[in-house]
Design a protein around this ligand. Structure first.
Ligand code: PFF
Length: 470
């Protein structure tokens, strides 16, 4: 909802803390958990990535989510207003945060299109065809309009939901579908462990190998944490602004973190062991894992299931589709209200502008996989980012998750740690409940997180341009 609207309507509140937890969870649980986490964990050393991720979530993630939601509840403004509430010169932090969804949404919709395609394929094709080698690459690399059209279908569904204003209905539906998705993921995980070779993958996923540790791994885990918990992009500030002043913020933040992380870990169980089984070894998985991982390996599991394969394949991708839809809606809503706040245009104009932006950038992402494939990247910054096979989708993901979100997180920490001071947030949290993690919060926001972000960014850049070897 836009600030203008909120100001005139006296801001609506979530009903009870569970209203907030469920709404935030609907935004948090999406492709980040099912698609992004497993391929990053597979790529960055399995157990080493898993441990790094968990440590980051309970320390840095906790502090940042507390900071963002409290900032929202305290100011009763969405992200741009929340920062400028403390002085116009801080507005740029909010603006930078609000730019992140602009980059994420187009490629989120491209992946949403892949999910839609797979969902429909289970109705129209044989599971063995979908599981065949080269099915996925044939799809994304084909020069025809295929990938583009599936993205359009996904964007169309999002636009329809957002313009009809039935978002809450979809969120409610998701509350029913999410437990089914979890049950299915558990079933698939257990089954996939019976596939020969999967146990090696399980070990790779669960047992950390310290030699795999690197600055790039930490940065990837940090970017994934922001992406998955919807942090460092203004979303949680806006959500916090609807949070009732009597409910327990810390309790809610902890619940969202546990829920979101548990689902990501579960998705890893579902995908990583079977990837190792299908690709032959953990080493091959580490070199080959990328955005296509989920789409390449899960159909192999479904195909194994005989007569049930088409139903299970369809149901699974339908559930992922809904998880992606609720997240895409919250991304869309954020941009739509920002465009409205800035341009004072109507909601319809804002939705059209946003949809046009998403479609144009989505086409660019798709071209990166086919027509523009192999063209030298004009889109790397001093060679940083070019390591990602010159894919535009990867590059947009890299710019937002590895560069912009850490910078927004850093600015937020410095702003809270040294401008408004952690005590302001602590006092606010304590207006409604105790704050058990008060000390952790202060130390993280003021010292550990900012130093950590700067150090890791510097180490990563130096490593990439070859100045140090990590
Ligand atoms: N957290 C979502 C996911 O993990 O898929 C992605 C996301 C959704 C980010 C909504 C931001 C957002 F507003």
């Amino acid at each position: 909802m836009s600030e203008k609207l909120a100001a005139t309507k006296s801001r609506a509140s979530w009903k009870g803390k569970w209203g907030f937890i469920l709404a935030a969870a609907a935004s948090a649980v999406g492709l980040g958990n099912m698609w992004r986490f497993p391929y990053l964990a597979a790529k960055y050393g399995g157990g080493t990535f898993l441990i790094t991720y968990i440590v980051l979530v309970v320390t840095f993630g906790f502090a940042l989510m507390m900071a963002e939601t409290a900032l929202g509840r305290m100011t009763k403004q969405s992200v741009t207003g929340a920062f400028s509430h403390f002085g116009g010169k801080f507005a740029f932090i909010g603006i930078l945060a609000a730019l992140v969804p602009l980059i994420i949404t187009p490629y989120y919709c491209v992946i949403g299109g892949w999910v839609t395609k797979y969902m429909v394929s289970y109705l129209t094709e044989l599971p063995s065809q979908i599981a065949a080698d080269g099915y996925f690459t044939g799809f994304i690399l084909s020069p025809g309009p295929d990938t583009f059209l599936w993205m359009l279908v996904f964007v169309a569904v999002v636009v329809i939901v957002v313009s009809l204003g039935v978002n809450r209905g979809i969120e409610n539906l998701n509350k029913v579908l999410m437990p089914v998705l979890i049950l299915m993921a558990v079933g698939i995980s257990v089954y996939s462990l019976t596939i020969p070779g999967a146990l090696e993958g399980l070990k790779y996923y669960l047992i950390p190998d310290l030699s795999k540790f690197s600055a790039e791994l930490v940065l990837a885990a940090m970017g994934q944490m922001f992406f998955s918990l919807s942090l460092a992009m203004g979303i949680m500030v806006t959500y916090g602004s609807y949070f009732s002043k009597d409910d327990d913020l810390e309790y809610s933040v902890r619940r969202i973190e546990i829920f979101d992380t548990a689902i990501a870990i579960l998705a890893g169980f579902m995908i990583i062991p079977v990837s190792v089984a299908v690709m032959g070894s953990a080493e091959v998985v580490a070199t080959k894992a990328g955005p296509g991982l989920m789409f390449g390996v899960l159909p192999v599991v479904f195909n194994d299931l005989g007569v049930a394969a088409p139903i299970l394949g369809f149901l699974f991708f339908l559930l992922v589709f809904f998880a992606a839809l609720t997240s895409a809606i919250s991304l869309f809503e954020t941009i739509v209200s920002c465009i409205q706040d800035f341009t004072h245009c109507s909601r319809t104009t804002s939705i059209i502008l946003n949809a046009a932006w998403v479609v144009v950038l989505g086409i660019v992402c798709n071209l990166g996989y086919n027509a523009w494939l192999g063209i030298d990247p004009m889109y790397s910054i001093f060679g940083i980012g070019a390591y990602q096979d010159h894919q535009i989708l990867d590059f947009m993901d890299f710019i937002s998750n590895t560069i912009m979100m850490p910078v927004v997180a850093l600015l937020t920490c410095v702003f809270i740690g040294f401008v408004i001071k952690p005590q302001t947030i602590i006092d606010h949290v304590k207006t409604s409940s105790a704050f058990k993690g008060e000390k952790l919060f202060t130390v993280m926001i003021k010292y550990v997180a900012p130093v950590f972000v700067v150090a890791i960014l510097i180490a990563y850049v130096m490593n990439t341009i070859g100045m140090i070897q990590l």
